[in-house]
Design a protein around this ligand. Structure first.
Ligand code: KIV
Length: 262
């Protein structure tokens, strides 16, 4: 999947499924399932590193995980998150860090924010770095929001979000993630943009959906937002397997003759 193909899906009326990945093993499984776009999300700070939020994820960490995913990906579009503080200070830093993620193997980058990051988006796209936007409940602003809460619920904030989405499109983004906003607002944004919207907690009318892999698989249950649908029960499966292993070792049942060399 290329960036232009990703964009064409909107005109073709075909929904796009995106999922996060942080390593080579799951990237191969995701591709085997036929999913065509992978986000190396800074959500790795929470689900892989066990942190409270994404704010301390570094560029070096994003580069490392992007390399793991990009090395394994054969067909999927790999999009990598620009972490907190990697694009905030200056346009120059945004271009440099966006370029580093492309050198690590990503085909595109994602950043959070609206009109405030317009100049970053313009500069990166001008220099060949495709950019995905991210509006609504942007996790890097969790302290400003006072927690992970649904955003743009009143008329004024909803209008501001539509303005931000249009500003991002004019600046050159190829798609926009809409996170935790009312479904009706996501529908309005989707209908008013030429570029695809990818929803997470933004209802069914976005052009595509994205979920954090470990949420989707039922592997991460520290905090399960309303918008998560666990399609698997991998934590329960892992617990069952590990408990059986422990029991069999304790009772001398593992290894048996068939797992032994003769
Ligand atoms: O970091 C991430 O995984 C994300 C998605 C939740 C959109 O930004």
């Amino acid at each position: 999947m290329t960036v232009p193909e990703f964009q064409r899906r909107k005109q073709e009326g075909k929904k796009i499924a995106v999922v996060t990945a942080y390593d080579a093993l799951f990237t191969r499984i995701i591709e085997e399932a036929g999913i065509e776009a992978i986000l190396v999300g800074d959500s790795l700070g929470v689900v892989v590193q066990g942190k409270k939020n994404t704010l301390s994820v570094t560029m070096e960490e994003m580069l490392y995980h992007t390399k793991l995913v990009a090395r394994a990906a054969q067909r999927a579009l790999v999009i990598a998150d620009l972490p907190f503080l990697s694009y905030h200070v200056s346009v120059e830093e945004a271009v440099r860090n966006g370029g580093r993620l492309l050198q690590a193997g990503a085909a595109a980058v994602k950043l959070e924010g609206g009109a405030a990051v317009r100049d970053r988006v313009e500069a990166m796209t001008r220099f060949g770095i495709p950019v995905m936007g991210h509006l609504g409940m942007t996790p890097q602003s969790v302290n400003r929001f006072g927690g992970y809460k649904v955003q743009a619920k009143d008329q004024e904030l909803a209008e501001a979000l539509v303005t931000d989405a249009k500003a991002l499109q004019t600046a050159g983004v190829f798609a926009i993630v809409l996170e935790a906003i009312p479904a009706s607002l996501a529908k309005t944004v989707t209908q008013s943009l030429a570029v695809p919207t990818i929803g997470i907690g933004a209802g069914p009318d976005c052009d595509g959906q994205v979920l954090v892999l470990y949420d989707l698989l039922g592997l991460f249950d520290d905090f399960v937002p309303k918008f998560v649908k666990p399609y698997g029960h991998l934590k329960a499966d892992a617990l069952q397997a590990l408990r059986r292993y422990q029991e069999e070792v304790e009772h001398g049942k593992f290894p048996s003759d068939s797992e032994s060399y003769h």
